[in-house]
Design a protein around this ligand. Structure first.
Ligand SMILES: [Zn+2]
Ligand SMILES: [Zn+2]
Length: 352
């Protein structure tokens, strides 16, 4: 076919002119010489299509390339366009080289273009909330009649870390602010009340206990009253390893969470209860696994046992727990002292 532009006979035409003339003369890619992007200098987030987006490691490049991708125009004659970008950061300006590979009428073509992206220093929506101390929700984690241990605190902090990844998918305001030790427990500030509830739920699921919520007015925003939702998390009065008297049963706790598991230390039976149903029962901590000592069984009768206790080496007579029998005479048994009371404990708990 004859091309009126170059005056030659060519195989492929686009419209009235040949492919070579078309690629040479038409503007097949379109982008402004300069693009402007709002960029948060605190966290590396950038604004794209009216919304703040999370920036990762190379957030300046990400901000620039995202702006190029949403502003780049490619001529509709270019089939199957693939875009590759190369960026060079120079302070707050990024030079982006653009290469587009595709086909026109089945013939492979390669197009080149470039632009400069200017980053405008801004503070994003989330950073301005954090720096303004504005949180939608707080969580107070406390123990029941006890302080939360260092060990529990670091485990809760670990749990927060683990779930942070999931939280981020729930939106930019689903963030965790401060996590600080306060008043025998932990105070956590959270970006949204929904997240506050989810995290409170996670904590009680893992460490037992329950939570309640209350709201307080913290100010006005756009003529609307803004409330902060406070979650109060109460962990159980015991931890794993504690020996607790629960409703007249002596239970060695082996697992806390929604379900409390343990061993009835007098019978050696397995104990398993839903926290919901036992939380209002009388509970008293008697001791913990670390306090256990071993005594020697000198005599076992039908209802009683004589044991040489390890604290003053006296021979004491105690009620026979069901896990002991005549054949245990001369053997060792785990013992716990609570004031004047001495109790015998099943080996199952001591070794759990
Ligand atoms: Zn031509
Ligand atoms: Zn930010």
């Amino acid at each position: 076919m004859f091309c009126p532009s170059c005056g030659e006979e060519k195989e492929k035409n686009v419209g009235k002119i040949c492919l070579d003339c078309f690629v040479r003369d038409k503007e097949l890619t379109k982008i402004s010489d300069y693009l402007d992007v709002d960029y948060c200098t605190k966290c590396g987030s950038f604004k794209s299509e009216g919304e703040w987006k999370e920036g990762m490691e190379n957030s300046k490049i990400e901000a620039a390339e995202s702006a190029v991708m949403s502003n780049l125009g490619v001529h509709r004659e270019v089939e199957n366009p693939r875009v590759a970008l190369g960026s060079e950061v120079g302070g707050d300006e990024i030079e982006v080289d653009i290469e587009v590979l595709g086909e026109i009428k089945g013939e492979p073509i390669r197009l080149r273009d470039s632009t400069r992206v200017r980053l405008n220093k801004k503070t994003c929506d989330r950073c301005s909330r954090v720096s303004g101390g504005y949180f939608e929700s707080t969580i107070q984690v406390r123990g029941t009649n006890r302080d939360i241990s260092e060990d529990e605190i670091s485990k809760i902090e670990g749990l927060i870390e683990d779930f942070l990844g999931d939280f981020e998918k729930k939106g930019r305001m689903a963030f965790i602010g401060n996590v600080e030790k306060a008043d025998g427990g932990l105070d956590i500030s959270v970006g949204t009340s929904k997240l506050g509830k989810r995290l409170s739920r996670k904590i009680t699921k893992r460490f037992g206990g329950s939570f309640s919520q209350s709201a307080s007015l913290i100010g006005m925003e756009d003529g609307q009253e803004v409330y902060r939702v406070n979650y109060s998390v109460r962990l159980p009065p015991f931890r794993v390893g504690d020996v607790v008297e629960i409703d007249d049963n002596l239970i060695g706790i082996t697992e806390v969470g929604d379900i409390i598991r343990g061993i009835d230390v007098e019978s050696g039976d397995t104990y398993k209860r839903n926290w919901k149903y036992i939380k209002d029962l009388d509970m008293e901590k008697i001791g913990e696994r670390d306090d256990l000592e071993k005594g020697t069984i000198s005599l076992v009768s039908n209802n009683e046992v004589q044991v040489v206790e390890p604290w003053g080496y006296e021979n004491v007579t105690l009620k026979k727990p069901s896990f002991l029998s005549k054949s245990d005479e001369g053997k060792k048994v785990f013992m716990l002292k609570n004031g004047k009371d001495i109790m015998l404990l099943s080996e199952k708990f001591a070794k759990d």
